[in-house]
Design a protein around this ligand. Structure first.
Ligand SMILES: Nc1ncnc2c1ncn2[C@@H]1O[C@H](COP(=O)(O)OP(=O)(O)OP(=O)(O)O)[C@@H](O)[C@H]1O
Length: 343
């Protein structure tokens, strides 16, 4: 029987509007990532003093940590217009040429998931980033010629969950790379206090602290869980910690913040492979997810909280993982009991 894994994604209009409403607009409002904020501040101020476009910026890190938000803040703080695009939307060099040639001077170009851009577009970007120029190929075969086209100076802000996939020549052309880290519980509590105030939600500090401990170190998940708790309070007229416990249990979020996909991965490693090592592709096929999702979304958090290690031979569960799921190697033939009848 296949495993239906539901990882809530911000796809509905309501979820997107909710995210938009809570997005910090300035560096001062942006919670956490103190080092990255200070580095960005310096870079933007120096550009302003010299009256030039800021250096190209690469934002790297797992989903939901604030890459899009920071790109918007860069535009806002430097008083420049922002153009948004994404790697999957740039499947030919021509797609990129169309965007680049229509930029106004000083514009910030944000390319989300930049590692998913077509290779031919990547090569066009090298010249564009370095010299604000592209070569447009006209014609085919022996008669093909390239026509140089000058571009308006711009700042590229690239975001990626997989910086390791970017070719070195592209990575080297960014003047600054920010590595976003998972947030601490105290920082996530701050994110939630801010969100509750913006949404006018009457919710006490203990309840917010509980949510902060269960959101995988990720502001997007914090805000989403807050929304589920708000729904629960509205429907059941129960509030505070009681509502948090009930709502998060309903949505299968455990006390470490692990969701069904995290648990599916751990279940496979612990109970099918006696703790590992398990290769990434085997893992992906076993849980019915793409290897990229396992690698960039699930594993970074499991590694961070010490349940999983990545070794050259594959993924291995740690002693803490056995303990968390109440298993020992000898008892591993029993499932961690997280799937019901799904597996
Ligand atoms: N530092 C922060 N302080 C407050 N809220 C934040 C912060 N970072 C992110 N958020 C909130 O989390 C939500 C998700 O952030 P954002 O869309 O910027 O993440 P992302 O890293 O671009 O994710 P993805 O890679 O999936 O596009 C935002 O709507 C914002 O409300």
């Amino acid at each position: 029987m296949s495993v239906a894994i539901v990882r809530p994604t911000p796809e509905s209009d309501a979820e997107l509007a909710f995210e938009g409403a809570l997005r910090p607009k300035t560096l001062a409002e942006f919670v956490g990532q103190a080092k990255v904020r200070a580095q960005l501040q310096l870079l933007l101020q120096a550009a302003t003093l010299q009256n030039r476009t800021p250096d190209h910026i690469l934002l790297a890190g797992p989903p939901g940590l604030g890459k899009t938000t920071l790109a918007m803040i860069v535009a806002q703080e430097s008083g420049r217009p922002l153009r948004m695009s994404s790697g999957p939307a740039i499947q030919h060099a021509g797609d990129l040429a169309a965007v680049l040639s229509s930029l106004v001077p000083g514009e910030i170009l944000f390319i989300d998931e930049i590692h998913r851009m077509a290779r031919s577009a990547e090569e066009m970007l090298y010249l564009a980033m370095e010299d604000f120029r592209i070569d447009i190929m006209v014609g085919k075969g022996a008669g093909a010629t390239s026509i140089p086209l000058d571009l308006a100076p711009f700042t590229l802000v690239g975001a990626t969950t997989r910086s390791g996939l970017l070719p070195n020549p592209l990575r080297d052309r960014f003047g600054f790379t920010a590595h976003l880290e998972f947030y601490s519980e105290a920082e996530l509590e701050q994110v939630l206090v801010r969100a509750a105030a913006l949404l006018d939600l009457p919710i006490d500090r203990a309840a917010l602290a509980e949510i902060a401990g269960r959101c995988r170190g990720t502001p997007r998940i914090a805000n989403r869980l807050l929304r589920r708790v708000r729904d629960y309070s509205l429907v059941h007229e129960r509030h505070g910690l009681e509502a948090v416990h009930a709502a998060l249990s309903l949505y299968d979020v455990d006390e470490l913040g692990l969701d069904r996909l995290d648990r599916a991965v751990m279940d496979i490693i612990l109970t099918r492979f006696d703790g590992g090592p398990v290769g990434l592709n085997t893992l992906a096929v076993s849980v019915g997810e793409e290897a990229e999702t396992i690698e960039s979304v699930v594993e970074p958090f499991l590694v961070r909280i010490g349940l999983l290690t990545r070794t050259p031979r594959g993924r291995v569960a740690t002693r803490a993982a056995w303990k968390h799921f109440g298993l020992s190697s000898a008892s591993s033939s029993a499932s961690v009991g997280l799937f019901g009848d799904d597996l």
